[in-house]
Design a protein around this ligand. Sequence first.
Ligand code: NI
Length: 258
Amino acid sequence: MTLFDTHAHYTDNAFHKDREELLGKLLPAAGVGAVVVPGVDVESSRSALALAEEYGYIYAAAGLHPEDCAGAGEAELEEIRRLCQHPKVVAVGEIGLDYYWAENPSKEFQREIFRRQLALAREAKLPAIVHDREAHGGSLSIVREFPEVTGVFHCFSGSPEMAAELVRRGWYLGFDGPVTYKNAKRAPEVVAAIPLDRIVIETDAPYLSPVPHRGKRNDSRNLPYIVEKLAEWKGVTPENMAEVTFENGMRLFPKIRP
Ligand code: NI
């Protein structure tokens, strides 16, 4: 099966020792056919693009993450906008709201930077990769202000009702390692309630390793554990789930051309 990892941070320091071996050999050998590497600030957006320029099956997204946007202003937004014009930058991301960490920039500032980047996505006609942690109401209401923009809610953790509204608005939902955890309660309900053609799979590497590798560094070779769980919940074969999520990823990121 060919797998599409729609969210993996291969620019992270966790990969500094074996990045070349992993991206050059191990992932393609494991059937990983496409990967989107999101940026979290200007520097990592540039590094993500550098990886995309080096490896054909890797694509980049450019964006300012809510946890990393402190001090961001016109210069940073302008650089994200410039990066978005590159053929291998396929989305604006990851952007959004994170109300979990007390030391994050203020909610007001996060909302401002989120809106500015959704406006960039609208202007560049690119999908957005949205990070929403403990900020479901805020994320949904801001997304409603930009009906022309769609994309993916990465590592979706909202309710079935929120999922239904996002799907109605044209969004995709991304699922990661936590679907394999014993305490995954909402995810099975959400997956059951949304159409198969709106599900994408992601690792969020190096974070969120699925069972049985929970706690270790994650990479795209772990996607089959996520595929298996989603296939079980959806009543399809893992091969079918892999194929459908690959096609969904290609539709989600129209700049990717096979
Ligand atoms: Ni991420």
